[in-house]
Design a protein around this ligand. Structure first.
Ligand code: FES
Length: 56
């Protein structure tokens, strides 16, 4: 499902980014553009990020 509507970024893409070494919202922001527009996706993006980090 889409996490960041403004930039069309899915939870799958966030998990793939974590698998490639991303470990913070700041990096998601910089590398994928998550939260760079309205910012409403940031808390859910953080949840997806941390859930996937913890599942590793
Ligand atoms: Fe991510 Fe707007 S939904 S910046």
């Amino acid at each position: 499902m889409i996490v960041c509507v403004c930039n069309n970024i899915s939870d799958r893409e966030i998990r793939q980014a974590v698998d490639l070494g991303i470990s913070s919202v700041a990096e998601l922001h910089r590398e994928l553009g998550v939260g760079t527009m309205c910012g409403k996706c940031v808390s859910y993006a953080r949840e997806v990020l941390h859930e996937h980090l913890e599942s590793k």
